[in-house]
Ligand binder design. Sequence first.
Ligand SMILES: NC(=O)c1ccc[n+]([C@@H]2O[C@H](COP(=O)([O-])OP(=O)(O)OC[C@H]3O[C@@H](n4cnc5c(N)ncnc54)[C@H](O)[C@@H]3O)[C@@H](O)[C@H]2O)c1
Length: 440
Amino acid sequence: MNGDRSPEQIEPADGKLGVLLVGLGAVSTTFIAGVEATRRGRAKPFGSLTQMQTIRLGRRTDARAPLLKDFLPLAGLDQIVFGAWDPIPDNAFASAKVAGVLRPEDIDPLEDFMSGIEPMSAAFDKAYVKKLDGPNVKRGASKRELAEQIREDIRGFREKNGCDRLVMIWAASTEIFMRPTDAHASLEAFERAMESNDAAIAPSMLYAWAALQEGVPFANGAPNLTLDIPALLDLAAENEVPIGGKDFKTGQTLMKTIVAPGLKARMLGLRGWFSTNILGNRDGEVLDDPESFKTKEESKLGALEYILQPDMYPELYGNMYHKVRINYYPPRGDNKEGWDNIDIFGWMGYDMQLKIDFLCRDSILAAPIVLDLALFLDLAQRAGLSGIQEWLSFYFKAPLVGRGLYPEHDIFIQHWKLKNTLRWLMGEQQITHLGVEYYD
Ligand SMILES: NC(=O)c1ccc[n+]([C@@H]2O[C@H](COP(=O)([O-])OP(=O)(O)OC[C@H]3O[C@@H](n4cnc5c(N)ncnc54)[C@H](O)[C@@H]3O)[C@@H](O)[C@H]2O)c1
């Protein structure tokens, strides 16, 4: 796959990039604050590949390892402008204060900037997020009308802010669990269902439909069905828009997809993996509702199955018991604690245990993912890529994949895929790590 792409095929990253955030809660405000603090030289963008990671090019002896941001024609942080929708009318500064993720000494100096970011009215319906309400909502006779209003918001934002390009990221609450139905099977059926206010059309789908109709790349940071339906996958392909999803890979699932590939690589067996979390932010409250939790649970459970391949290794992983719990516990706020008890076995079946207690900060882990997805989706669009961007699986708990494929969950394979895709885009040699040439 070498030589069939070149950097000249990528449009330059000139002008302003608008990052449209659905939901202006803990993740979005922590992301915005971090970008602005970095721009002002007050913080470092730790956790972001686009800002901090290098990429090896050519042979190991070539000593070529530029930063990704120097290697790729990415938009710079100074080119980003922010927009958002939320049913709660708080501006980004007030919302960040409520979220309580950042310390006053980090957030207060940004008040002038953050308080200028006001959420546009949301396409919101309490039926899909039971534990939330807010007055800043769109009104319309049909879901189609609401979606058309989102399209107008997109165009208005682009014009008002003089944006050359836009990307949209769902960082709003987790909606109730939904399965694909006939209403999702084709674009025609989907649009008819929007007009008839069919319950199969969730608010997140209205944003995704509006973005794709406007040619705006879309990433889904929550486990909602949203894009993962034929109607919207077809629309992304037809309109040549890159998309990614679902559910930002942070916290416990991040650890799971780091540890499980290691155990499997060494052929250590698993009897069970019990994961429990306590968290007390608004996300935790929404997930306290069984219907939203079900959506999250499905997303969290898939990773181990795919990594361990129990069908191929029935003796090692065939009887593994996997359980995930999320418990809303207000005193912890955004500072989640995730416990894992992992019962493993080795040589001759002897039992061992591994305990992980991750005292993490959800939004601190999610914010750099939002930044990387925004910059990489913009790059993908300028490079002429469209539809599901599997190389962005690295960032998701439940990666979207093409029909007939299974998702890749192993974080090391995902990382390799991401970097090889970037090398390929830039006309550089793929790296196989074979390495025999050094010993010839
Ligand atoms: N922080 C993490 O580590 C992490 C990881 C994976 C996924 N997520 C997901 O990201 C999302 C955001 O997390 P958070 O901690 O910022 O939650 P949050 O509750 O602080 O913010 C979500 C915001 O979305 C708004 N919202 C709800 N429905 C909306 C709609 N239809 N339109 C516009 N806005 C809407 C809410 O009013 C709220 O302000 C959640 O779905 C969460 O599950 C977070």
